[in-house]
Design a protein around this ligand. Structure first.
Ligand code: ZN
Length: 408
């Protein structure tokens, strides 16, 4: 009898020991996240708001061992992001696991944007949506970090206690991928980070990230006179397509070659042989955030040049209209765009951020040109729209325009 008691105590002792270790592991993980969030200058959350971060209690039953099925030759696709643009991903593998007696399969993704650092390229992307999404957890889903080297012998430990909120939960100004429907788990994942309820950070664009033109870009700009048109890159040509598909950087607003490039881009978009209503710098081989847009909403419809434009708000109301692109030969299709947008850009004289509300056809041109800066072409938008359900808004609403008015 005495022996029995001793064994009994040893078992209880071991079990509490394991649980304590696990609680400590999760606590350490959260402390690390806390540290990195609080140390980031110009980061997503103000230090005084860190107290609003909330978590479910550590629960080891939300830690599972998944079988990994690698997926080969997967096509790349654009995953929509919180700012109304998208980022390029492909499926890396399928995770199959049992959680609370239920069997699940989740796709695991790899970010395939070009020019990633080696650290970034070792990370995989595991976004989740579940029954707590929008209730006790963030309405756009949560992420779990996975590294390629964490997969061993076709197995991966997935710990939902480490699910965390994307930066967009705390702040504006980030581009967070939105988890695809395939990543919905029909169960309550009452583990990991809870909904953030603190004040949302309004993140200013970081002007320190702006760059000057590269040597190659300088050569391209100065290869012709400031009024000479430039070659327009074409999607069917592979080396052109690479540049058109690359995300552009912000430019220093006082760069010495900015004026020369702007006048050359204007000559290009106004080329009588191929006139356009807008042009983006990547279309002439310059991966910098610069666009020309014809302002159909202003008297005399002038072309205007914008430095580091960002769309910081998009209306729910959508409109459909025909679009073509100087970089895509012989195509014209109906694209659905936001009816109005709020644009932020840099004033070239002061270097200050300026905001403007734009609507109608001019807003469409801005959306098309700003998309170019993210490597997005209008056929990508067609694909995205094909996957989305939309309801026409026609009852009791008609648009009119005075007779004789010029319709853009
Ligand atoms: Zn275009």
């Amino acid at each position: 009898m005495k022996q029995f008691f001793i064994i009994f105590f040893v078992i209880i002792g071991l079990q509490t020991g394991f649980a304590q270790n696990y609680n400590q592991e999760i606590e350490n993980f959260r402390q690390q996240q806390f540290q990195s969030l609080s140390q980031e200058a110009n980061g997503p959350i103000a230090v005084q708001n860190l107290t609003f971060l909330q978590y479910f209690e550590a629960d080891e039953t939300f830690k599972v061992m998944a079988d990994v099925e690698y997926l080969l030759n997967e096509p790349t696709f654009r995953m929509p992001t919180s700012d109304g643009t998208s980022k390029e991903f492909k499926r890396y593998g399928l995770l199959t696991f049992t959680l609370k007696g239920q069997k699940f399969t989740l796709p695991l993704y790899e970010n395939v944007s070009r020019f990633q650092s080696s650290v970034q390229s070792s990370y995989l992307f595991l976004p989740i949506l579940d029954r707590t999404t929008g209730e006790s957890t963030y309405e756009s889903g949560r992420y779990i970090d996975v590294k390629k080297q964490d997969i061993k012998d076709g197995k991966l430990i997935v710990d939902f206690n480490k699910a965390y909120n994307p930066y967009c939960a705390y702040s504006s100004g980030y581009r967070c991928p939105q988890p695809p429907k395939a990543n919905y788990l029909d169960i309550d994942i009452a583990a990991g980070e809870k909904k953030y309820t603190g004040p949302k950070n309004q993140r200013e664009q970081d002007s320190n990230m702006a760059k000057n033109f590269t040597e190659k870009e300088k050569k391209l700009i100065t290869a012709g006179s400031p009024t000479e048109k430039m070659y327009v890159l074409q999607t069917p040509i592979e080396k052109d397509s690479l540049i058109l598909r690359t995300q552009s950087d912000d430019i220093k607003y006082d760069d010495a070659l900015l004026t020369a490039l702007s006048t050359r881009m204007l000559a290009t978009v106004q080329d009588p042989a191929h006139p356009g209503v807008g042009i983006a710098a990547p279309q002439v081989g310059i991966n910098k955030n610069l666009i020309w847009v014809q302002r159909f909403d202003k008297p005399n419809q002038p072309f205007e040049f914008y430095v580091n434009p960002k769309i910081i708000w998009r209306s729910q109301l959508l409109r459909q209209g025909a679009e073509g692109c100087l970089s895509i030969p012989d195509r014209k299709e109906d694209v659905i765009r936001n009816y109005s947008i709020k644009l932020q850009y840099i004033d070239r004289k002061t270097g200050k951020h300026t905001e403007e509300l734009i609507e109608g056809f001019t807003a469409v041109i801005f959306q098309h040109e700003v998309d170019h800066l993210y490597g997005i072409l209008y056929p990508d938008r067609l694909e995205e729209q094909a996957a989305k359900e939309m309801v026409p808004l026609h009852e009791n609403m008609q648009f009119f325009i005075g007779k004789g008015t010029i319709v853009p």
